[in-house]
Design a protein around this ligand. Structure first.
Ligand code: NAD
Ligand code: TYD
Length: 349
């Protein structure tokens, strides 16, 4: 059994489905079900005895202690977080609470649980912390990609809260010997992503004939990692990663935001023609404050040490993602709730 936090979110739910399909061992999912958590993501596991759901907050130490005692997991895979940069600009408090205090609470209870385990369970136990490349700050166009030794320089409240959580995880290894591993990955895309992030937001706005809001000049660069590759990277780190180490996980797919938006439009022109090209909907809007220029990942360490490489090419992965959103209208209608509309009004007017 493994304990996953945030398993009802985008990456967490893809990971739970992937884990049950590949490893086949039971998963307990601790998730608060914030606006980003959606039980429908895991509807296909209904009635599967290998999946247990516990609704709750990672800041609730009594709840965490109870779950660990009851289920005796051999690993914790920690996804739960507030994850959207724009929301962290509007309201950073929740980010400090969940990402910093929540990770601290989880670490404390994991330390107590792990400390009391007998061998061989004690040596087998792992705490895998899922983090982001945003902790490294912003790159210039000609800078080398982020490596595991790039100094931390987070620029948004989101990135700063993730950096703080990474530091706590690191400290629990150095101080208490806890068996931790941290992964720092680039921008994920794929099915089940909440449409506040770039790719699903552009797909849904384009389908509805709404403006496609590109921040600033659209030349900011992100590295895009298909969520299935992220899941296999986490499994590799969990199975073979060295304790106390960090691993960067990237997709070898650097694109400007404009390139991504045009690619979405071209696929939709073919799969869902609208009369006029979808790219006509592109609208330049006010830039995000403190907008990082470029993220890029050097994933040599995980490739050389753990034999992991991304399998999905961006062009193919993006097409499959657009197809998924076209085929899953019911899921989409389910997430475009009052809460979603409120966010769209706050952010885009
Ligand atoms: P998400 O926002 O889609 O999901 C987050 C999940 O955590 C939701 O199910 C939510 O209900 C849950 N959650 C939030 N606060 C909680 C709390 N206090 N207690 C319990 N559960 C809580 O996020 P995601 O995109 O799936 O990201 C997962 C992890 O991966 C995060 O740690 C994020 O920082 C990291 N990450 C994401 C990306 C990306 O591109 N999405 C890139 C790099 C790293
Ligand atoms: P996002 O998906 O929010 O991920 P992150 O900020 O974590 O990289 O945004 C990806 C890029 O797309 C980022 O440079 C901001 C930009 N962006 C837009 O131009 N318009 C939008 O409406 C959104 C949500 C993002």
């Amino acid at each position: 059994m493994i304990l996953v936090t945030g398993g009802a979110g985008f990456i967490g739910s893809n990971f739970v489905l992937d884990w049950i399909a590949t490893e086949g061992t039971p998963v307990i999912n601790l998730d608060k079900l914030t606006y980003a958590g959606n039980p429908a993501n895991l509807a296909s596991l209904k009635g599967d005895s290998r999946y247990v759901f516990a609704q709750g907050d990672i800041c609730d130490r009594t709840l965490i202690a109870g779950l660990l005692q009851k289920h005796q997991p051999q690993a914790i895979v920690h996804f739960a977080a507030e994850s959207h940069v724009d929301r962290s600009i509007h309201g950073p408090g929740e980010f400090v609470q969940t990402n910093v205090v929540g990770t601290f609470s989880l670490l404390e209870e994991a330390r107590a649980y792990w400390g009391a385990l007998a061998e061989p369970a004690k040596s087998r136990f792992r705490f895998l912390h899922v983090s982001t490349d945003e902790v490294y700050g912003s790159l210039g166009m000609n800078d080398p990609a982020f490596s595991e030794t790039t100094p931390y320089a987070p620029n948004s409240p989101y990135a700063a809260s993730k950096a703080a959580s990474d530091h706590l995880v690191r400290a629990y290894h150095h101080t208490y010997g806890m068996p931790v591993i941290t992964t720092n990955c680039s921008n994920n895309y794929g099915p089940l992503q909440f449409p506040e992030k770039l790719i699903p937001l552009m797909i849904l706005n384009a389908l509805n004939g709404k403006p496609l809001p590109v921040y600033g000049d659209g030349k900011n660069v992100r590295d895009w990692l298909h969520v299935s590759d992220h899941c296999s990277g986490i499994r590799a780190a969990l199975a073979r990663g060295k304790l106390g180490e960090t691993y960067n996980i990237g997709g070898n797919s650097e694109k400007t935001n404009l390139e991504v938006v045009h690619a979405v439009c071209t696929i939709l022109d073919e799969l869902h023609p609208a009369g006029a090209p979808h790219a006509k909907l592109i609208t330049y809007v006010k830039d995000r404050p403190g907008h990082d220029q470029r993220y890029a990942i050097n994933a040599e360490k995980i490739r050389c040490e753990l034999g992991w490489e991304p399998q999905e090419r961006f062009e193919k992965g993006l097409r499959k993602t657009v197809e998924w959103y076209l085929a899953n209208g019911e899921w989409v209608r389910g997430v475009i709730s009052g809460e979603y509309r409120k966010w769209m009004d706050t952010q885009y007017g």
